[in-house]
Design a protein around this ligand. Structure first.
Ligand SMILES: [Zn+2]
Length: 169
């Protein structure tokens, strides 16, 4: 029997959470709007949101551009409600360790580990016949896709293998 703990792989972000809260409050109106083409749950790539963060860095006079971890954290934050974002003091207040999968002869059992997110679909292949560009929320193109859900809002998003880490426990 093999046991895996899965977690979103996450480095240091180069923005200050407090500084971008107003931007997040503004963006979640579109991100959570199921009538919008930019509704996060229906996106297969997230460049529109990444560009917003790029513009924020530029307007703030930052010399660096956001990195993949910044993009990842930014989109994760956008899956929460305004009330939840208001309560966050640090990026680490997001609870990212989300599921324990146990593989045995009869299949795989899953157990929630009290996280804000859960895996809805694991390791599905991007349809190569589609001309669509599939990216992880960190902006990297992906072929093997994990669909995750924010448990509080039901917002769905996709990540690739690089940003989701199975490791033996
Ligand atoms: Zn990624």
């Amino acid at each position: 029997m093999n046991s895996f703990e899965k977690s979103l792989r996450f480095g240091r972000v180069s923005f200050n959470l407090t500084d971008i809260k107003e931007l997040l409050y503004k963006e979640i109106k579109t991100a959570h709007n199921s009538c919008s083409p930019f509704y996060i749950s229906v996106r297969t790539e997230y460049s529109m949101y990444h560009e917003t963060l790029d513009n924020y860095y530029q307007n703030a006079g930052r010399k660096n551009k956001p990195n993949k971890t910044d993009y990842l954290a930014y989109i994760l934050l956008l899956t929460y409600t305004k009330e939840q974002i208001q309560k966050f003091k640090e990026i680490s207040d997001m609870n990212l360790d989300f599921i324990k999968l146990t593989k045995c002869s009869s299949g795989t059992t899953r157990e929630d580990v009290n996280s804000d997110f859960e895996i809805i679909h694991a390791n599905i292949r991007a349809d190569e016949d589609l001309a669509t560009n599939f990216t992880c929320i960190c902006s990297k193109p992906i072929e093997n896709i994990y669909i995750l859900k924010n448990k509080y809002t039901g917002i769905l998003f996709q990540v690739g293998c690089d940003c989701i880490t199975p490791f033996l426990i």
